[in-house]
Design a protein around this ligand. Sequence first.
Ligand code: T1G
Length: 714
Amino acid sequence: MSRHPCRDISSDTMQPGTPSPVSWRQDGDVAVVTVDHPPVNALNTAVRAGLIEAFARARQDATIAAVVLAGAARTFIAGADIAEMDRPPQRPSTLDVIEALEQVGKPVIAALHGTPLGGGFEIALACDFRLAAPGTRMGLPEIKLGLIPGAGGTQRLPRLVGMERAMAMILSGDPIAAEAARGLGLIDEIVEGDLVAAAIAFAREAIAKGRLPARARDRDEKLASLRAEPRKFEDMAAAHLKRTRGLRAPACAVEALRGAISLPFDEALAREWAFFLELRASEQSKAQRHVFFAEREAAKIPDLPKDLPRVTVATAAVIGAGTMGGGIAMCFANAGIPVTVVETSTAALARGLGAVEKNYRATVARGGLGTDDADARLRLITGTLDIEAVRAADIVIEAAFEDMRVKHDVFGRLDRVAKPDAILATNTSYLDVDAIARPTARPQSVLGMHFFSPANIMRLVEVVRGAHTAPATLAAAVATARRIGKIPVVVGVCHGFVGNRMHRLRSVAAERALLDGALPQDVDAAMTKFGFPMGPLAAADLAGLDISWGMRKAQGLRAEIADSLCEAGRYGQKTGKGFYRYAEGARTPLPDPEVEQLIVAASARRGLAQRPIGADEIVERLLFPMINEGARILDEGIARRASDIDVIWIYGYGFPVWRGGPMFYADSVGLPHIVERLRGWAAQSGEPGDAPAPLLTRLAAEGRSFASLADAAT
Ligand code: T1G
């Protein structure tokens, strides 16, 4: 078999000197079309144009009998170029690419590796055959960007895997592994070794057999029965939509999928495209696209030296087997990293490890994990009462009681036993990390890693950079957090860091709203309508009012209503009463007239006149002060980017992703309006701390946004 020399088509069509991101190589009568557009071969305009040209050439070139489509480097096409979506849509579109593909009139084989996602996977679905390398993860994640597939995914996928599976894949946005895809008939073969060579051989076989399966657009066998029982479709849709409060895209996805059983293919395709364009221009998708890039920016620490040694954490240790310690240990075990948990008493250790085991067993029972997997993870977790056992650990995370004396005792002992280059992290949620490091002779190895409860579920870790934390320690902690599946955001040292510091302002504002006339259920209804999964007062009852009461007392602070509740023994769910009352064994918050009386009395004690407060005002009163605090945090450099604050609130505090986070939301509301409101409230309260922060005032006066700070920084 003679191989023709590689010929790049760029010289024929592209601007002189502009290398095309799409290359053409001929292997006998098989054309190999490769997308090479780092980092993830996203489908920008040049890639789309290059693909159309390649497919047109394959159609016209009589020497070509088949086409292999592949991606260079780490992955097949990982979808549309998300960065292009803030600009008006440009032709050719991915639909145009697929049209050109379908007109080739010769077998087109997709050679899949890495992460074929979105538009990339839609192109693959339009191919005649799909081969995949082991470990390939494919899917349609558009919903995570507030979009739906816009290039036929809602039409071709159900025709290939059936509606139930297609709806689950499109509404979750989660990828599936190659093995599962083959099980569904989505993949023709899983190929070890040289994928493209195997695809060329596969193409030859197809040419020889002259066998071309029906194209996805022409397949109907997986949908016919559903057309006869449309009720089934409604039930499927209802089950999915009940979990998508406030989001527009899931409902659009269902309507587009409905087209697959109710409309001719091309009509349904046009309807899908119309929904896609509507969502592409929507505020929700803009917010979710902002979060996509914000998440990735958050892991970048520009001032770190580029040549830092890469530290790999092979073993870990956790001090404390309480709720947080147990959850943190599970994170390491889930990532396959052996972890030692140190406790002070046999009873506490047994209780802690027992809770971890119970947690894994519950996940197995829900079908979220296999028994063998759970057993393997449990075997990676070792309990001990002997702190000497942490001697070999590459990282030690302290999750002991939130008291500085306890922290000092633990870090003093860690300084003596931990190995010289170990990372010593504290999971404190508000204490001074520099003070915690003081008993050690190695403050350069100390930093904060603030996990959120439940630590094995919540994805956020605030990585708190101490005054003496070494760049290598910081880089290793961030890398470790990503390795255990977390989203690390680097923050500076201050009381409560970023999240809890802003959260306190929201709690203070909630108190004031109650004193002025809102009821707990009004506050929570307004915030859940805004998009939070749970209202702040119901969340406080869940966490336990006594914890923050203890912290306020330690700082000499008072929250009139929350403290009065605690003084009345109302600690929240754990006492069956807090801001709400709870029926025996239930978690549903029930309005309690006793609380209403307590609030009216507290308000009267302060000489305040109560009045009805509407939902929009409640949202502003609770969010604007925390945004204001966010501006102070940026001004102080405690957070590097406004988008970091957004990532913290979305992944740590349930801020609705389709609002983009508090700082993105502030820009969408308009900073002058926020300044005006804050000024009004400051005039009423007379509290200097209520006044708008200098940065916020300046940006508003200059007609700028928080986002403009990022542009200024680059
Ligand atoms: N567009 C633009 N940039 C992208 C990108 C994309 N689709 N995907 C990744 N990047 C950048 C990212 O910002 C980062 O840049 C770098 O690549 C590495 O990413 C018609 C319209 C592919 C699984 O949603 O899920 O197709 O920070 O750090 O952890 O229906 O990136 O280095 O400057 O995340 O190895 C659908 C999104 C689009 C996939 C790789 N596709 N990407 O993960 O690396 S909508 C997606 C990912 C669509 C059609 C519709 C992940 C990844 P920088 P990374 P990673």
